[in-house]
Design a protein around this ligand. Structure first.
Ligand SMILES: Nc1nc2c(ncn2[C@@H]2O[C@H](COP(=O)(O)OP(=O)(O)OP(=O)(O)O)[C@@H](O)[C@H]2O)c(=O)[nH]1
Ligand SMILES: [Mg+2]
Length: 446
């Protein structure tokens, strides 16, 4: 028997529609007690009037969809009610459902039930949360792959291989007189498996980069056109542009999404190295830490006015992810002479921010920089929790593969421990505490 739970599944505030979800035995009858129209047909949308079960007051004109256990999200009887949005009506409907006997669901309760009823595994449940919280389309795309089972499949295959290795090791201990290949070959299989696990751990750093996003910082002397370029890149007049030096103080940032990558672009105060005032020093220092933590630096120079100072700053901030942006090319017909003084491996893009020319090659160069660093895109999203468990498993397996002379009886125990961690913490079986911990981070109604 599962009790009936109810939650408002859409965020609060004014909106055309709000959704309420119910799950649990006989929850269709519970909703039926609020309407005189007959509901209950599986997966058929039905428009009905809902009334409070006690006072009989009209609550709302809603659309109801009922689901039978076999094809519902939770694996239990479910109802979804689409009512008018806003702050009042949806709460009235929700309160009446509670009065009729449903219990308000804590965060993640629906997904927890889906896992307990075998509709999805924990990895898939976590990917649903990642889809909901995704900050870029890349993150959502990867999480969707994980929901479709890409990561669960790889983990199941690793578990299967561990179990096969265990059988093999057990046989050698139980029947020592049988003829086997050398023991070292079994230990080699463990090593191969570890590199598979390692590639999942590597995928987690990809996932975390995709989650955090990439910071692209504009740097350069005052008046070279950083803010003009910033406004072009972010697509609107976000920051003030003027012909007066030091227009931008401090920094300004905006998030853009190019090819699905979340990118935060920073416009900064121009660097003042000659006779800086105490205030200039404060801004210079503040910008320094931004340059240091940047994923990519766009060093902007004025095509008509490049000095030794620029060359000095380029070489002192040099890093693989640096693009030298020559701006105001509309003012000079020929390439500035000092271009040849830049280091040979400099990536140079010529633009005119004011005329919006050369912007596409600059964007391409930023995206290429991102792709180069993140390398091969995995097929799944591996979150921090999953990654630390995988690191744990690899540490356990290291006891076998890092030992100069591993003993078979001790190796069996290590493999058993690795299997236990995989089953307990990653997927196959699950403790109640683990479920509670994971699902407490979920949204209400998920
Ligand atoms: N001709 C031309 N002028 C430009 C271009 N980009 C910017 N400018 C002009 O250069 C001046 C300075 O531009 P900003 O974008 O404020 O320069 P900045 O680097 O942000 O300056 P600070 O905030 O003072 O450091 C303004 O008058 C802009 O109109 C360009 O591509 N061509
Ligand atoms: Mg500026």
């Amino acid at each position: 028997m599962s009790d009936q739970i109810v939650a408002i599944a859409t965020p609060p505030g004014e909106s055309a529609l709000s959704a309420i979800r119910l799950s649990g035995d006989d929850c269709i009858s519970l909703v039926q007690s609020l309407t005189t129209s007959s509901i209950g047909e599986h997966q058929k949308a039905k428009r009905v009037l809902l009334k409070d079960p006690i006072s009989g007051v009209l609550l709302d004109d809603v659309v109801v969809i009922c689901y039978r256990e076999s094809s519902s999200y939770t694996g239990e009887e479910m109802v979804e009610i689409f009512c008018h949005g806003g702050n009042i009506t949806v709460h009235n409907v929700f309160n009446s459902l509670v009065k009729a006997g449903a219990r308000p669901a804590p965060p993640g309760e629906f997904s927890k039930r889906a896992v307990l009823n075998g509709k999805i595994d924990i990895i898939q449940a976590e990917s649903i949360e990642q889809i909901v919280k995704a900050r870029s389309s890349k993150e959502a795309e990867l999480s969707l792959q994980t929901l479709k089972g890409s990561l669960s499949k790889v983990l199941s295959s690793i578990l299967l291989q561990l179990e096969e290795i265990l059988v093999e090791m057990d046989a050698r201990l139980s029947f020592p007189n049988d003829v086997y290949e050398e023991d070292s070959l079994v230990f080699l299989r463990v090593k191969t498996l570890q590199s598979e696990i390692q590639s999942l751990i590597n995928a987690s750093s990809y996932s975390s980069i995709i989650n955090k996003g990439f910071s692209v910082v504009l740097m350069g002397k005052t008046n070279v056109g950083k803010s003009t370029l910033f406004n072009v890149l972010v697509g609107f007049e976000r920051t003030v542009v003027s012909p007066y030096p030091s227009t931008t103080h401090d920094y300004v940032s905006e998030i853009v999404s190019w090819e699905g990558y979340p990118i935060t672009i920073f416009d900064t105060a121009g660097v003042i190295t000659i006779n800086p005032s105490p205030l200039d020093e404060i801004f210079n220092n503040r910008m320094e830490s931004l340059y240091d933590s940047a994923f990519m630096l766009l060093y902007v120079i004025d095509a008509m006015d490049c000095s030794q100072e620029d060359l000095k700053m380029i070489s002192s901030n040099k890093r693989p992810n640096m693009v030298i942006v020559v701006n105001k090319t509309d003012l000079s017909k020929e390439d500035p002479k000092w271009l040849s003084n830049l280091p040979d491996d400099s990536r140079i893009v010529k633009v005119s921010a004011i005329n919006k020319t050369g912007i596409d090659p600059l964007v391409t160069s930023i995206i290429d920089g991102i792709k180069k660093v993140i390398g091969q895109e995995p097929d799944y999203y591996v979150n921090q929790r999953q990654s630390s468990i995988l690191v744990n498993i690899n540490n356990v397996l290291d006891r076998i593969t890092c030992s100069s002379e591993p003993f078979m009886d001790m190796a069996v125990e290590d493999i058993k421990e690795a299997i236990f961690i995989m089953k307990e913490e990653l997927n196959v079986s699950h403790s109640k505490e683990l479920l509670n911990d994971i699902f407490s981070h979920f949204c209400i109604g998920k």
